[in-house]
Design a binder for this molecule. Sequence first.
Ligand code: SF4
Length: 362
Amino acid sequence: MTIESDRWALAGWWSKEGLDVRCSLCPHRCLIKPDTYGICGVRTARDGTLWTVNYGQVCVSQCDAIEKKPIFHFQPGARIFSAGTFGCNLDCAYCQNSMLSHPSQAVPCRNVPPEDLVKEASDRGAIGIAFTFNEPIVWAEYILDVAQVAHRSGLFVALNTNGYILSRAGEDLLKNVDVVKIDIKGFDDVVYASTCGGSLAPVLELCAQVIRSGKHLELSYLMIPGITDGLDMVARFGDWVVTELGPDIPIHLFRFQPSARMSNLGPEPQSRMLEAMDLILGHGVRYVYLGGETESRFRDTLCPRCSTVVISRSKEESEPGYILGEKVSRFCPSFSRIENRLNGISCPKCGEKLAVSYWPHH
Ligand code: SF4
C-alpha cells in the first residue's frame, strides 16, 4: 500500500524522462509514471516532479544506548535518540517491521521538523540521533536536513541501513552522517534476489564508500538456516571484510528467528552461530559479536592481543514500542550497563590500541 500524505517534500536524486520521472536514489532506479509510486512506496511523481511523502513523518522514536543498534565501537554507552518512519526499498521475506516497511494501512505519525527532532533528542539527553526501525535510505532528504541541525547542536548522526543505495546518493549521505551500520543479508546475489528483492554489489560498494569517507562502519550479517549460514558463504564474507574493509570492522552475527513469509524455517542453531564466529575470527576479523545471545562473552569487547575484557555490556529488557498494536522489532536487547575500561582506545593491561572511536568532546 502507498501512503497518501499532505506533507510532501521535493525529492532529491531524480530526472525527468518524458512525462515520467526516474528516481536515482537506489539501485531499483524506478521509472515512475504520473500519480504512481516507486517500489519503496514513499516517492511519487506528480506534474513531472518527484516527491517524497514521508518527509518529517516520525512513526516511532525512543532513547537508549547506542549498543542497541547495535553499534559497539563508537562512543560506547552513548545515549542516542532513534527515529523511524514508513517505507522501505527492499522486501525481506522475514521482515519483523512490515507495519512500517510496507504498511497495509496508514501508519500514525507525528510531523516533526528537523529542528524539533534535534531539540527532542537534546532534551532527552541524547548525544546522537540514529535513523532506524524502517530503512533510512528512503528518508534521505529528511536525514540530510536533520544532520545539518544536529551537527550545529553537537550531536552525531547514525544510520542503521540495508545499504541499498546508488553511489551518488551514498556520497551525499556520507558527507552528513558520522556512523553507519550496514545489514548484510547474505553473501551472494541469489540470496538477495530470493529473500529481499535486491542485489549484493551496491551494498558492498556502500561499505567501501564508508571506509573511503573515514566515517565509522559496523556490519551485521543475518544467519538463516540453509540460506546464508553455509560455512563457505560465511568464509567468503569474512575474507571480503578483511581484504576490502580491514580487520577492525566490527561484525554482529544475527540469529534468524522464524517470522513473516519465512515462518516455516526454524531458528538458526546456536552451534552454527559459534562456528561462524570462529570462522570469521579465523579469517582475521578482530571483533565479532553474536546478536541476541545472553552470555556476556558474546557481546563483550575483548582485547585482540591479551583477551582482557575491555568493554562489558549487561543486558536489560526495556518496554517495547508498538505500531497499530504490533510490537516494533528492535532486533537487539537493551544494554543497561556499559563498562568501558579502555584508557582512551588502549587496553589497560597490555596497551594494545583498539578500533574504538569517540565523538568529539565526549
Ligand atoms: S528510492 Fe524508491 S522510488 Fe527511488 S529507486 Fe529506490 S525504490 Fe524506486
